[in-house]
Design a protein around this ligand. Structure first.
Ligand SMILES: Nc1ncnc2c1ncn2[C@@H]1O[C@H](COP(=O)(O)OP(=O)(O)OP(=O)(O)O)[C@@H](O)[C@H]1O
Ligand SMILES: [Mg+2]
Length: 438
């Protein structure tokens, strides 16, 4: 639910505005002085502020910049005096989104309240559809992706931890970044730590920083990623690999928003969003004692499951064309598209590496293709057993395609070989030979 803060020193007005906002379905906090408003902003995540210009302790106008610097994502509406149009203009210049001239009717207030909330949702939707970096768009038109977009919007509107799960290359990091952009912490930065690649003590000092003298090499104090992510998002990739010894520390960070630097005695408070990702089944890790159950439940408040590419129907070709346009642009090429045969090939391959594999495949194809159209000969994938991408295999051999086609037909006729042979227009013996050769 969106949070509204009303800063107003007249008790009557404060009371009636608070009641109206609650009735309209938003949660509301109130302050009757600048100092209290700042305290609330420091503690709570606020979406919209109605700010009185004449506060007892400070001029409301001068507060706009300060509120915006604490929470860049906040919207401020100024409440100004009837004959004070000049202040209204100044408020807009200082970063307010709107103003209301006092005295006003509640109906006018409600109109502005709903208008601001609508704009916030529209802005977020637009952000989701049009990231700054074209490679950060979440491309796809399948139902699975529409549902994923909805999940992302929901996650962006609350501040609870999110666990993103999905096979390798399905877009977990992309989704985490989208949630960050939509979150109230979007003013802060997105900080990533890959828990899979580092030793426990390295993860600990990377995450939490250290005090001078905490260990031999700690010649001076260092801030960790948690402090860098303050006000923004901490993305913990491959969370299943987080060593057991660090799990209680992370739990404390989530539950109490506080931590200590390595070797430090002082608790440091932070306000950040935590998004974790994994391509393993964390429930199994919990069952085998590799992952703390309490941490699992704490991280899994919102769970976003990203569907593998094979469950996204037509998105496959949609994505392939999108990547072709992208790499055409990057490499200044004018490849016109895919031949029908190459599209069939793309559809037949099962893409264990999901979108990343598809993207790499199209990038390679654009590098090698000297023709106007991308053909099967340009499509290749790394041999699965090797970790290096040196050894490439054609996406699918003719024989693979034939076999897939045969098994498809066999399936349709309930495995009746004579019927299948008739449909395929070959003899039953030839069919048997082809099946035996596989
Ligand atoms: N729906 C999508 N639209 C466009 N690009 C996408 C989409 N999903 C993923 N990508 C691209 O595919 C690549 C892999 O995505 P990402 O790194 O987010 O996957 P991941 O799930 O984190 O993978 P891994 O498990 O290997 O870490 C990135 O280059 C990303 O931009
Ligand atoms: Mg990743």
């Amino acid at each position: 639910m969106a949070n509204v803060l009303i800063v107003e020193d007249s008790d009557d007005l404060l009371f009636s505005l608070t009641r109206t906002v609650t009735k309209e379905g938003y949660s509301v906090l109130s302050a009757s002085s600048a100092i209290n408003a700042l305290k609330i902003i420091n503690k709570e995540l606020i979406d919209l502020v109605f700010l009185d210009i004449g506060l007892p302790d400070r001029d409301g106008l001068s507060l706009i910049g300060e509120l915006k610097s604490q929470c860049p994502d906040i919207d401020i509406v100024m409440l100004t005096g009837r004959n004070d149009a000049r202040s209204a203009v100044q408020a807009l210049k200082a970063g307010a989104v709107d103003y209301i001239l006092k005295p006003f009717e509640l109906i006018e207030f409600k109109k502005i309240l709903h208008g601001c909330m609508r704009n916030r949702t529209a802005d977020k939707k637009a952000l989701l559809e049009k990231g700054k970096d074209p490679m950060e768009y979440i491309v796809g038109e399948s139902k699975a992706i529409a549902m994923l977009r909805n999940d992302i919007l929901t996650a962006g509107s609350v501040n609870a931890p999110v666990l993103v799960t999905g096979e390798t290359g399905t877009g977990k990091e992309l989704v985490a970044k989208a949630i960050h952009q939509l979150s109230k912490g979007a003013g802060g930065i997105f900080v990533k730590l890959d828990c899979g690649a580092l030793a426990a003590n390295v993860i600990e000092s990377e995450l939490f920083g250290y005090e001078k003298g905490a260990f031999t090499d700690a010649v001076k104090q260092k801030k960790g990623l948690v402090e860098m992510a303050n006000g923004g998002t901490l993305f913990l990739d491959e969370i299943g690999n987080l060593p057991l010894s660090l799990q209680p520390v992370l739990l404390r960070l989530i539950e109490e928003s506080t931590f200590r630097r390595v070797g430090g005695l002082r608790d440091i408070n932070v306000k950040l969003r935590i998004i974790a990702a994994t391509n393993v089944h964390l429930e199994e890790e919990v069952a085998s004692g590799q992952f703390r159950e309490d941490l699992y439940y704490r991280l899994n408040v919102i769970n976003i499951k990203i569907p593998p590419l094979c469950e996204r129907g037509d998105d496959l070709l949609f994505l392939a064309r999108y990547f072709l346009v992208y790499f055409n642009g990057e490499m200044k090429r004018g490849i016109k598209g895919f031949t029908p045969e190459s599209e069939k090939l793309l559809l037949l391959h099962n893409w264990p590496g999901n979108i990343r594999e598809l993207k790499n495949c199209i990038e390679r194809a654009v590098i090698y293709c000297r023709d106007e159209w991308l053909a099967p000969v340009h499509l290749s994938v790394p041999r699965p057993s090797t970790s290096s991408s040196q050894e490439l295999l054609p996406l699918l051999t003719l024989k693979d395609m034939e076999l897939k086609y045969i098994s498809n037909v066999l399936q349709r006729v309930g495995n009746n070989k004579s019927k299948a042979a008739r449909i395929l227009n070959i003899s039953r013996n030839t069919l048997k030979k082809k099946l035996a050769d596989q």
